[in-house]
Design a protein around this ligand. Structure first.
Ligand SMILES: [Zn+2]
Length: 149
């Protein structure tokens, strides 16, 4: 029996999880820093079903993934949550790709970037599954590194 695992999570709770972990201060305009409450939602992306906001301050458009490693991907919020969970649990990229119905190369690339970010945050400490360190890893994973934007 195969579970369509991404269907076990709902969209809104996945979005809330991503905001909590990748944008702990709340979703903001990446250009001028105005909070998302001061933006209007004007469309949804096709594949990821992300709300695209237009900032009322500077008219920049952005979404949940702007400025993080998922920016150029078409992952749904549910896939992002389950991918992060799988990486933290040490699941193989092959298993994750199959479970989440993602391209194997996409999983490898994202895992690599996320782990680089985590190492960047803690140069001497190995990845650990303790709560605090996992949170730090998430926050760092959220930050797309300078020069790669
Ligand atoms: Zn703005």
């Amino acid at each position: 029996m195969e579970f369509a695992i991404t269907e076990l999570l709902d969209y809104e709770s996945s979005v809330a999880w991503i905001i909590e972990h990748f944008h702990p201060a709340g979703l903001k305009c990446p250009l001028c820093g105005k909070p998302q409450e001061q933006a209007r939602e004007f469309r949804r992306t096709k594949r990821s079903q992300l709300r695209v906001y237009r900032c009322r301050g500077c008219h920049m458009t952005y979404n949940l993934y702007s400025g993080n490693v998922f920016q150029q991907t078409h992952l749904t919020p549910m896939q992002v949550v389950l991918l992060m969970r799988g990486i933290c649990k040490g699941e193989s990229s092959k298993v994750l790709a199959k479970e989440l119905e993602l391209n194997y190369g996409t999983v490898l690339t994202l895992r690599h970037e996320i782990q680089l970010n985590a190492e960047h945050a803690q140069p001497s400490a190995p990845l650990s599954d303790t709560h605090t360190e996992t949170d730090e890893m998430f926050q760092n994973a959220g930050e797309k590194r300078r020069g790669t934007l």
